[in-house]
Write a protein that binds this ligand. Structure first.
Ligand code: NAD
Ligand code: MG
Length: 360
C-alpha cells in the first residue's frame, strides 16, 4: 500500500492507495476521537460496497449509519445535500461524529460540502470508487453542489482527514468511466511530468485490463502531482489554474452538447487535443509533441474529433460563459513542452476560429 501526504500544515492528510485495505484501522487512525460515522453513498455504489465497509468500521469501534442518495450528477443538488443533513440530525449526530464519502466525485463533493457545513464543520473521509475520484476529485478539498444556474456553484474548500483509494473497487466500474478518469490522468502528465507521460505511453492501455500494478502507479503519480499543486495553491489563486488544462475547450463542448452527453473527462480529452493544436500553431510545441499527445488520448479511448455540428462560434460563445473567465478575457492553459504548461490571455477569437476551422 502506498501512502502520500497532502501537505497543508495543520490540515495535512494522508492518501492511502492499495488493495484489500482495512478501512476500519485507517479511519480510526485518522479519526481517533470519533464515535459515530455517517457513510454517504448512492444506490449504485452502496449495494456493492457498504456492507463490507460497515463491518470493518464496526470492528474498529465505530457506530455506523448510512445515507443513500440517488445516483447521478442530476442529483448533486440542494435536495441531496439536505437529505444528508436530515440523516445526520435524525441520528443525533453531534460534533464527535464524522462523514465517510463512499463513491465517485458526485458523492465525494456533496458529502464533503455537507461535512463542511453540518454544525459548522465535522470531519470527513473520502473513499473514492471511480478512477476520476481517485486521481482528481477526492484530492484537493474542493466540495460543492450544483445550482440550476451553474455547476459546482455552491461549495467550500474543505479538506478531508484521509483519502482511502481501494483499487479493487474499480473492477465494477464501467469502462467508459475508466476512460473519463484517464482524461484527467493524461492531463496531469501533460501539465507536470514528462516521465509520467512516457510511462503512460507504454502502459495506459493496461488500465482497461485492470492491471492493478499499473493503476496503482498511475493513481500515485496523479495524487502526488495534485497534492503538490494544491499544497502550493490551496484556494486557486495561481498555480492551481494549470489543473484546468483542456477544461476551457472541454467545458464548451459539455455545455454545447448538454451536460452529461459526454462525460467530463471525455470532453477534457478533446479539449486537450484542441489546446495542443493551438500550442502547435503558436509555435510553442513541436509537431511531434502534438502528435504524441493526440496518440495518448487515442490510446485512452478519449474522443479526438470535434462534434460534427459544433462550430467555432459555438466554442467562443460557450467559453465566454465559463466561470473562469475574468473581466472578459479567456485564459488558455497551453503546453510549452510535454510536462509543462503556461497560461495565455492573448488568444484572439479570430485565432480560435482559424484553429477550429482547421481541425474540423
Ligand atoms: P460519478 O460520481 O457520477 O461516478 C460515475 C458513475 O460510476 C456513477 O454512476 C457512480 O454511481 C458509478 N460508480 C462509482 N463507483 C463505482 C464502482 N466502483 N463500481 C461501479 N459503479 C461505480 O462521477 P465521477 O466521474 O467520479 O465524478 C464526477 C464529479 O466529480 C462531478 O460532479 C465533478 O464536478 C466532480 N469533480 C470534483 C472535483 C473536485 O476537485 N472536487 C474534481 C473533478 C471532478
Ligand atoms: Mg476536471
Amino acid at each position: 500500500m502506498e501512502n502520500i501526504t497532502v501537505g497543508l500544515n495543520e490540515r495535512s492528510y494522508p492518501i492511502y492507495i492499495g488493495t484489500s485495505q482495512h478501512y476500519g484501522e485507517l479511519v480510526r487512525k485518522a479519526l481517533p476521537k470519533i464515535t459515530d460515522l455517517m457513510v454517504v453513498t448512492n444506490d449504485t455504489v452502496g449495494p456493492l460496497y457498504f456492507d463490507s465497509l460497515k463491518k470493518q468500521l464496526e470492528e474498529s469501534g465505530f457506530k455506523v449509519c448510512q445515507c443513500v442518495l440517488k445516483d447521478g450528477e442530476a442529483y448533486k443538488t440542494i435536495d441531496s445535500f439536505w437529505a444528508i443533513q436530515t440523516a445526520l440530525l435524525e441520528n443525533n449526530f453531534a460534533r464527535d461524529s464524522a462523514i465517510v464519502a463512499l463513491g465517485g466525485g458526485v458523492v465525494g463533493d456533496m458529502a464533503g460540502f455537507a461535512a463542511a457545513t453540518y454544525q459548522r464543520g465535522i470531519p470527513f473521509i473520502q473513499i473514492p470508487t471511480t478512477l476520476l475520484a481517485m486521481v482528481d476529485s477526492s484530492v484537493g478539498g474542493k466540495t460543492a453542489i450544483n445550482h440550476p444556474l451553474g455547476k459546482n456553484m455552491i461549495g467550500a474548500f474543505y479538506q478531508p482527514k484521509a483519502v482511502i483509494a481501494d483499487l479493487e473497487t474499480l473492477k465494477t466500474l464501467p469502462k467508459r468511466e475508466l476512460t473519463a478518469g484517464l482524461g484527467e490522468v493524461v492531463k496531469t502528465a501533460i501539465i507536470y511530468d514528462a516521465d509520467f507521460f512516457s510511462y503512460l505511453e507504454k502502459n495506459i492501455e493496461k488500465v482497461f485490463d485492470y492491471d492493478l500494478e499499473v493503476i496503482a502507479w498511475i493513481v500515485k503519480c496523479c495524487c502526488q502531482i495534485k497534492a503538490s499543486v494544491v499544497s502550493e495553491d490551496e484556494k486557486e489563486h495561481g498555480l492551481r489554474a494549470i489543473l484546468n488544462y483542456g477544461h476551457t475547450f472541454g467545458h464548451a463542448i459539455e455545455a454545447f452538447l448538454g451536460f452529461g452527453t459526454w462525460l467530463h473527462g471525455e470532453a477534457v480529452g478533446l479539449g486537450m487535443v484542441i489546446a495542443s493544436a493551438l500550442a502547435k500553431k503558436r509555435g510553442l510545441i513541436s509537431e511531434s509533441d502534438d502528435r504524441k499527445m493526440l496518440e495518448l488520448c487515442r490510446k485512452a479511448l478519449l474522443p479526438t474529433k470535434i462534434p460534427e455540428n459544433m462550430t467555432a462560434d459555438d466554442f467562443i460563445k460557450h467559453m465566454r460563459h465559463d466561470k473562469k473567465v475574468r473581466q472578459g478575457t479567456i485564459r488558455y492553459v497551453l503546453p510549452t513542452s510535454i510536462g509543462k504548461v503556461e497560461i495565455f490571455s492573448d488568444v484572439s477569437d479570430e485565432e480560435i476560429k482559424n484553429l477550429i476551422n482547421c481541425l474540423k
